[in-house]
Ligand binder design. Structure first.
Ligand code: PMP
Length: 450
């Protein structure tokens, strides 16, 4: 199809996620992809410096994944998990191996759904152990947990505000450990401890007997790459234990090697009660998500079996056999090709290269965690005033014109929509990483140097 025709049909029929259709900067219409590169319908190639939406970890064009799904579709395309099938069993077993602890796995289709299931599990669990008032959740500002009402209510970004309220009740927020913007004179450790203390203060002020769980990503990713200090994660874990509050770790982005380890929380030695995951589970080739629940929590549900089952939460497509078979193959590829270690290595290289740009007048901070790097753009290095949105968008558009896709993250609430993000596939080549560094450096040192 002619690209003009495709663009006009796109404009007429398609409702894009978040971004409105823009005449000045029309969407790229992707046609095919291989490795870290996506080709549009005009044949122009782009390096996908964001792995789609932080998910295509093994890279594009993996025939083994297509075959795993194809073979499964031929033998058993669907069966609900009200009963069972082998691909789900085998993937659940493999996830235990990856998590390194004993969890029971509940499958759904998206990160939002994985978090919704987690919230309902927490409420039911707390009730069943006699904690009848523990219905509240504590999350962080700038954190993102999904688009459905519960997950959106846990989200601490602009998406939740104004247009969709009232949201679900019982979701409270505290400030994130944004060390770059800590008060002058405070050490990173002191600041992180104070931020963790906000969680304990909220639990105490609300009444610990009303709080069911804390939910957090190991590192706030889409909210602007906010990396906590080890003391923060240690303290959060201590606080949750002390007050009988469960800890849900949202690994939707950080999981499956993106963080330099198998899961983001492994970097901090955290032992979550519940882990939610999606995206990298199938490298996004098919929709699949999971809520992993500690065995001791799951055991409590068995005592409530009645006509409606012990967890009244059904999901028609969740754990689709083809998605599970593909997910299992995806994890096997990651193991065979050592992609967790590879991502860690590439992350260090990318981070070192981007940190070389800290002298640039617009670059306020460079933060990394595994193969995720955030470059915070500022208008003034002394005041740390965020760079204007036009600057952020302009740099992204210039990168795109040179064949590099990067992300814009942060949060519009307080004007912090100023963090450029880099998260290429874990299977990227050395040349891919060099291309990202060369292209971004050329853009920043071009018209943006003045
Ligand atoms: N949690 C996190 C940390 C996410 O980044 C996202 C999606 N970007 C979600 C949950 C929701 O996932 P989904 O879009 O698959 O519903």
């Amino acid at each position: 199809m002619e690209s003009d025709l495709a663009i006009s049909k796109d404009r007429k029929y398609l409702w894009h996620h978040i971004s409105p259709y823009s005449e000045a900067n029309p969407p790229m219409i992707a046609a095919s992809a291989s490795g870290s590169w996506v080709t549009d319908i005009d044949g122009k190639k782009y390096l996908d410096g964001m792995s789609g939406l932080w998910c295509v970890n093994v890279g594009y064009g993996r025939k083994e994944l297509a075959e795993a799904a194809y073979n499964q579709l031929l033998s058993l395309p669907y069966f609900p998990l009200t009963q069972s099938h082998m691909p789900a069993i085998l993937l659940a077993e493999k996830l235990n191996e990856w998590l390194g602890d004993e969890y029971v796995i509940f499958f759904s289709n998206s990160g939002s759904e994985a978090n919704e299931a987690a919230f309902k599990m927490v409420r039911q669990y707390q009730q069943q152990i006699g904690q009848h008032y523990r219905h509240k959740f504590i999350a962080r500002y700038r954190g993102y947990h999904g688009n459905s009402f519960g997950a959106l209510s846990a989200t601490g970004q602009a998406q939740r505000k104004y247009k969709y309220e009232p949201l679900s009740g019982g979701f409270l927020h505290v400030a994130p450990p944004d060390s770059y913007r800590r008060p002058a004179g405070q050490s990173v450790e002191e600041f992180n401890l104070l931020m963790a203390q906000q969680i304990e203060d909220t639990i105490v002020w609300e009444g610990a007997e009303t709080v069911g769980a804390v939910i957090m990503e190991p590192v706030i990713t889409g909210g602007g790459v906010i990396v906590p200090h080890q003391v923060y994660m240690d303290r959060v874990q201590e606080i949750c234990k002390k007050h009988g509050v469960l800890l849900i770790i949202d690994e939707v982005i950080c999981g499956f090697g993106r963080s330099g380890r198998r899961f983001g929380h492994h970097n901090f030695g955290v032992k979550p009660d519940i882990v939610t995951m999606a995206k990298g589970l199938t490298s996004a080739y098919l929709p699949l998500s999971a809520t992993a629940v500690r065995k001791e929590i799951y055991e409590v549900f068995k005592d409530n079996s009645d006509d409606y089952g012990y967890f009244r939460h059904i999901n028609t497509f969740g754990g689709n056999p083809a998605a599970c078979a593909l997910g299992l193959r995806n994890l096997e590829i990651m193991e065979q090709e050592n992609l967790v270690e590879r991502g860690d290595l590439l992350g260090k290289r990318l981070s070192a290269g981007l940190s070389g740009l800290l002298d640039h007048k617009l670059v306020g901070d460079v933060r990394s965690f595994g193969l995720i790097t955030g470059v915070e753009l500022v208008a003034d290095k002394a005041t740390k005033e965020p760079a204007p949105l036009d600057t952020v968008k302009g740099i992204i558009a210039d990168c795109k014109a040179k064949g590099l896709i990067i992300g814009k993250n942060g949060d519009t609430v307080a004007g912090f929509n100023n963090v450029l993000t880099f998260a290429p596939p874990l299977a990227s080549t050395d040349e891919d990483i060099q291309f990202i560094l060369d292209t971004f450096t050329e853009v920043l040192n071009g018209s943006w140097a003045k």
